[in-house]
Design a binder for this molecule. Structure first.
Ligand SMILES: Cc1cc2nc3c(=O)[nH]c(=O)nc-3n(C[C@H](O)[C@H](O)[C@H](O)COP(=O)(O)O)c2cc1C
Length: 203
């Protein structure tokens, strides 16, 4: 069976921050399951903001995007992947500007025939501070992926830190469900991709 190809995209300008750490942890597990993995820092690429051709007319936005910047290097990596994992730090209750800018530039993949259809998508919003916005940040990324034609599996809309719980003394502590659940999610991700490859859905 062909190898499952997985790309994790870090939307933090900090290449060794918490988002990168968690994405890499995921990739280690997926690699152990036989996947071919790629890790990419958006901050290593020159990505212009979207020019909004779609707003003139949806047919004016075509793949590949008219802008000849580093998105031209990233599009083939996305097209060759079975799984796309978007990871972003939470900035002002949502994803980072780097990640949002990148997602805007995926519009041409939708207008030119939903070229990412049948792939699997995961989103991961990260804050070490937990100052709010983890669910909305992760949901925003997942909504974009889903609308680009990707399947978001159960437990595919992830955030860190995890759930709050009380310890025996009644003090609030963090239940690190993300790292606890990662092995199970990784196993199921590989199985799901193998299934999707055979099933050949047409949406
Ligand atoms: C501009 C900016 C805005 C932020 N806004 C939030 C926020 O709304 N909610 C939150 O929980 N953390 C917020 N943070 C904290 C970061 O999400 C947190 O430090 C995160 O762990 C950074 O990820 P990284 O280590 O991958 O860079 C913000 C940080 C910055 C720099």
């Amino acid at each position: 069976m062909a190898k499952i190809t997985i790309i994790a995209i870090n939307g933090s300008p900090r290449k060794n921050g918490k988002t990168a750490e968690l994405l890499k942890k995921f990739l280690v597990l997926l690699k152990r399951k036989g996947a071919k993995t790629t890790f990419l820092n958006l901050s290593d690429y020159k990505i212009n903001h979207c020019l909004g051709c779609y707003s003139k007319s949806p047919s004016a936005c075509k793949f590949p995007c008219v802008q000849k910047d580093d998105m031209q290097k990233i599009y083939p990596l996305l097209l060759a992947s079975d799984v796309i994992i978007l990871g972003s730090p939470i900035y002002w209750f949502n994803m980072s500007g780097l990640m949002k800018n990148f997602i805007d530039r995926l519009t041409c993949l939708a207008t030119s025939g939903y070229l990412l259809e049948n792939k699997v998508g995961l989103s991961l919003a990260v804050s070490s501070e937990n100052e709010g916005g983890r669910v909305s940040a992760s949901l925003s990324m997942a909504s974009a992926l889903n609308h680009l034609g990707l399947l978001i599996p159960p437990y595919g809309i992830l955030y860190f830190p995890g759930r709050e719980k009380l310890n025996q003394k009644g003090k609030v502590i963090w239940d690190n469900w993300l790292t606890n659940e990662m092995p199970k999610i990784s196993n199921n991700l590989i199985k799901l991709c193998q299934f999707l490859k055979k099933a050949k859905f047409q949406w």
